[in-house]
Design a protein around this ligand. Structure first.
Ligand code: XMP
Length: 512
């Protein structure tokens, strides 16, 4: 399969991944690379078009990041967005000026000249501006296609070459028809073929996986989440029973998790999961430990131990599979939020070398939405595909303080009520992640005529794109009251429910 590739050079804009996701949504393959990609690598990628991202830098700075000069000689379409446009202007010896006041927010774009790049747009369109520099002198080879009141050069085009610049950000939702411009660029101007589809990806992956694995076995930890499930389904389709899917119950899973995972996979005929109930081992190691980082470390190392022991039961295991996604492998120069370093996220890094296994990561080219589309194509149920993210250490980081079986069971019931009601009120897909936290705080209440002194639990639900930043979801008040009421009535030992309103940053999504 040959995919026309759009190369996105990242100059550090916070929106670079978004450009990638939008391009992929047209079934066009794209890759994101740091701006300093070498000529040799660019030639290997053999792009059909190049997009230059925005940047926190100014092209007038001495150390302003520059792409390899070979891109200007390739004679392929180039689209510069914001800083990318200013790079184009500087390259063609126009002038970029620093504005004393940054322009940030919505503006009205007025189209001055029709062009295939702007096909399908109205004469006036809302666009989103976020820039400190602006073009003060357009190079003579360029013409203006559209302007805003404060940016006369909002869309520019080279007179003879397929080179374009946009002062605004077409990739963000605040530019409602920005996608149309990007689509015109990749489909109409660059004439990329739209063949990057889930079924083509599956077909090609199967071939690739079979070649890579031969008749060796592949072991995979199934977590009940979307990524490991789709990895499992794809590997099973490729190598059948040579896949060994292992589900480790760490005693901190959601309500009836093992049964639900089993049920979800019943859609795939003959697919057998190896369930390992290690709950007692995990809970005994967690006993009395209240430091969040220690809890995470204990769960991580115990997982590796259990998993290694399980793997040792099989012969001819050559690979460990992981559900790594594209955002984890992009070598990004983007500003990323602080959270990655704040908690030691549980993963199985280091495990393949330790076990003498090679790593296989069949989803490493995909964004999350694409993983979902592939999962759907492979026959996994919607309920699994649209599941909220769930942290590796599970409920252990949602029980503040020391963890024990009783607290886990209590939190499972609370969480289950919250999630059930989200489904019942058709709100589950309106929020990115929702869960409950069991607090080690007791508060006074009254039930019947009796004074109570019981635990408080918190509910948390956030809207987010990628978990790096998040805002509390605004649920209808009636819904929250209904859920709180059910929890207090049905879960013994809880007499108070609170809703967490904090954003990330400065809070994180999980409490520990
Ligand atoms: P925080 O709490 O850092 O969480 O704002 C961001 C996202 O990551 C999830 N999370 C984890 N996922 N292993 C995971 O696989 C972990 O150890 C882990 N800790 C947090 C969290 O649920 C949220 O979606």
């Amino acid at each position: 399969m040959h995919y026309d590739t759009v190369l996105i050079l990242d100059f550090g804009s916070q929106y670079t991944q978004l450009i990638g996701k939008v391009i992929r949504s047209f079934n066009v393959y794209c890759e994101i690379h740091p701006y300093h990609l070498t000529e040799t690598r660019i030639n290997q990628i053999n792009p059909k078009a190049i997009i230059l991202s925005g940047s926190p830098f100014s092209t007038n700075q001495e150390d302003a990041p520059q792409p390899d000069s070979s891109i200007w000689e390739m004679n392929i379409p180039i689209l510069g967005i914001c800083y990318g446009m200013q790079l184009i202007v500087s390259h063609f010896r126009g002038k970029v000026q620093h504005q004393t006041k940054r322009e940030y927010g919505q503006a009205i774009l007025q189209i001055k000249k029709s062009h295939p790049l702007l096909e399908g747009l109205a004469l006036e369109e809302k666009v989103w501006m976020s820039h400190g520099d602006t073009i003060s002198e357009l190079p003579p080879e360029f013409i203006v296609l559209a302007s805003t009141s404060s940016a006369p050069y909002a869309v520019i085009a080279h007179k003879n070459l397929p080179i374009f610049g946009l002062q605004f950000h077409p990739e963000v939702v605040h530019t409602p028809n920005g996608k149309t411009i990007l689509q015109n660029f990749v489909l109409k101007v660059a004439k990329c073929s739209a063949n990057w589809t889930p079924s083509n990806f599956i077909e090609e992956s199967i071939k690739r996986i079979r070649e890579q694995v031969g008749n060796q076995k592949v072991i995979l930890g199934i977590s009940g989440g979307v990524d490991s499930s789709v990895t499992a389904a794809l590997l099973y389709k490729s190598i059948g029973d040579n896949l060994i899917p292992v589900f480790v119950d760490n005693g901190c899973m959601r309500y009836k998790e093992a049964e639900r995972v089993q049920e979800a996979f019943s859609a795939i005929e003959n697919f057998k999961i190896n369930f390992v109930d290690a709950s007692e081992l995990f809970l005994s190691r967690l006993a009395g430990v209240s430091d969040p980082e220690r809890k995470r470390k204990i769960i991580g190392s115990t997982f590796i131990e259990v998993f290694e022991k399980e793997a040792a039961k099989y012969e001819n295991v050559g690979f460990l599979a992981q559900g790594t996604l594209y955002p984890d492998v992009i070598e990004s120069v983007s500003f990323r939020g602080p959270s990655a370093k704040i908690k030691s996220h549980h993963n199985v890094g280091g495990l393949p070398e330790k076990m003498g296994l090679k790593l296989i990561e069949p989803l490493r080219e995909l964004f999350k939405d694409e993983v979902r589309a592939v999962g759907k194509e492979l026959g996994l149920p919607e309920s699994l595909i649209n599941r909220h993210p769930f942290p590796g250490p599970g409920l252990a980081v949602r029980i503040i303080g020391a963890v024990d079986k009783e607290k886990v069971q209590k939190l499972q019931l609370i969480d289950e009520i919250f999630i059930q009601e989200l489904h019942n009120w058709n709100l589950y897909n309106q929020t990115w992640q929702a869960f409950a936290i069991l607090l080690p705080i007791q508060s006074v209440g009254v039930m019947g005529d009796e004074r109570t002194y019981e635990n408080v639990c918190a509910l948390r639900a956030v809207n987010s794109q990628d978990g790096m930043t998040a805002e509390a979801t605004e649920f209808p008040w009636n819904f929250l009251k209904y859920v709180a009421n059910r929890i207090i009535n049905e879960v013994k030992g809880i007499n108070r429910v609170v809703y967490d309103l904090s954003s990330k940053p400065p809070a994180t999504i999980e409490w520990e």
